[in-house]
Design a protein. Sequence first.
Length: 586
Amino acid sequence: MVQVYKLDGTMAAGEVKVSVVTDRVPNIVTCSKDLTAEELCIILCKKYKIPPITRTLFALRIKGTKHFLKDNARVLYSTRDYELRIRFKVPRLGLLITLDDATYDYYFQQARNDVNKNQVMEIKYPEHKQELLGLGIADMTRAVLEESLLVKSVVKNYKKYIPNVIISKHGMFTKKYAQEYLPQLCSAGHEVNHLKNVYLQQLYALAPNYLAEEFDDVLWQNGSEEAVPVRLVVAPFHPQYPGIRFYNTLKRDWFHVCAVEELIYLTRKKNYSLEVSRRGTPMFFTFKSEDQLSTFISLCDGYYRLMVKWTFNLSKDDETPSLIELHRIKCHGPVGGAFSYRKLEEKRSKKHGCYILRQCQEDYNIYYLDVCTQNSTTETYKIEFKGDCYEFNNEEYSSIDKIVMSHQNPQGRIFLNECIPPSEYDKSQLLLCGECQKKGVRVDQAELQEILKDNKSPRCLPNKDILLYTGSEKVGSENVTATFKALWKLDETKKLVVAFKSLQKEKAMDHLKDFIELASKWACIQSSSIVRLYGVTLSSPTALVLEYLPYGPFDVYLREKKNAIKEVHLKKVSAGLARALWDLSE
């Protein structure tokens, strides 16, 4: 239950206080001992008309700190004084406008609060004096139009709209400036959302890393060397180091850890330590507290869900409660009907009895069933959770599983035979922080050579450039292929040792198609943990030109050297295997 803040400022034993930027009065929320941060976010989002489709942008920050609660944290186990914030930067403001006005307004109000209270690190005074004043005047114009206020009244209360640093440094000059320019701006005919968009675009220009989070006094466990104190920064849209980077306080330089999409998983260790598994060698960091560690994990995890895979948590110790439940009942998030219909067509060609269960985009406790019928059309049915039961087709059921079990008759109007579950590879509107895909730009022949120079994709190679080592042939286990050590002649001065894997002549006709399919799949893989395919020769013979591994097949090497291999090496190899499997799944 959401209540207003008590006049005496006190809170009962099972209550928490949450401040929101669109309401001057903080919320007092009565909580059970097991209420999670995610559940509290949902309670507040319901109250302030934030729909399910944008709800994952929000998180609870501990008041007066930089620390956020992870989704599965118990809200009564902390300070009990929180702020509801949009935590994740949305690069496409136009997308947010089209999805939901309430969320867009919350984002704007939060941004103007941050600017006015001098809480945006990249905006400096006096360097940005003029821009800060401009933002304040734009906000005053917005207030006149959106709140139907008199220009005279807004000018009188100018301190509510102008950044604090401008007021403290320039005082009454600011008021005179507003008196001069505000009337003509208000009569220019701009819409309110246009003014908010101009404000946010200017903020993005002044502070490209708005909402980036920094983690001070973190220790980087640099292999066998002593731990290095670093400052970790998570800024997914940084132009030079997108994603995670750190500042080495000893060497005084920056190091790029990885982009958000290059993260694989986050694993907690003892004493607030964390393994960051990425494309490349894992990195290990030690944080100074549980709050700091959880804040970092939840930040990376949130961006990963909003940019890459909405259905996936990076840390198995910090899973999102609602996501666990969605996986259990094979339910999609609030993906929308168009996405669901398209997926049923692509995955099952609208086969009779196939269906998708999804959350509603606008309302909480509402689900939709998109069901393929006998005549290859798709019909949509509403399921509403009533608190103690689910209502479907004017009947009540104890669970969604019961609804499915009650519709197993192929001759019935509703036949629920095969559920198409959510996939990590779904590309839907839920990826709210994903950047806009850039369309291909045409190039002319003069540019082509320069572009291809750095292209590392496999290519067709002439046989004359491949020189085989005599006596290096190794026949495959089923006598289908033969592998040679070879030299690839790159140019007149450069050669590279490679492996040359060809089809045996007598097997070529039977296995050529499979061999070509293997090459086409291999060509799509770019991974430091997988043998690289440099190119192919198409005839005399058809062969793969591969990265040469001097120690031979891995399984054979392990058997022959088992007494010489140390445990630390096995751990590194295991991490490499895990990354290879991950990259293959990608």
